[in-house]
Ligand binder design. Structure first.
Ligand code: ZN
Length: 87
C-alpha cells in the first residue's frame, strides 16, 4: 500500500500561524520569510513578514558566550515602537 499523493490534505492547505513574544517589549513577533513568494503562497502562511531575497545579516551579543554572532533574523517584533529583530 502506498499513500495516494494526489489526495488533497485539508489540514496541510493552511499553515498554523506561529508567533513569538518579543524579548524586548513582550509584543507579538512574526516570523521572517526570505525568498520570492507568489501571493498564493503568502496567503498560506499568515503572520509572516516577507523580506524578499534580501537577507540582512545582523550581529548580536550572545549572552551565554559573550561573543558577537552574525546571522539572519528570523523574528521581527510587530510593535511599531520596537521592531526588534532577532533569531
Ligand atoms: Zn518588541
Amino acid at each position: 500500500m502506498t499513500p495516494d499523493a494526489t489526495t488533497p490534505d485539508p489540514s496541510a492547505r493552511k499553515k498554523r500561524a506561529v508567533t513569538r513574544r518579543c524579548p524586548m517589549c513582550g509584543n507579538e513577533a512574526w516570523r521572517i520569510a526570505y525568498g520570492m513568494m507568489p501571493p498564493s503562497a503568502r496567503e498560506r502562511v499568515p503572520k509572516t513578514v516577507f523580506e524578499g531575497c534580501m537577507i540582512l545579516m545582523e550581529s548580536r551579543e550572545n549572552p551565554a558566550s559573550g561573543k558577537t554572532e552574525t546571522g539572519a533574523p528570523k523574528w521581527v517584533c510587530q510593535n511599531p515602537d520596537c521592531r526588534h529583530r532577532w533569531w
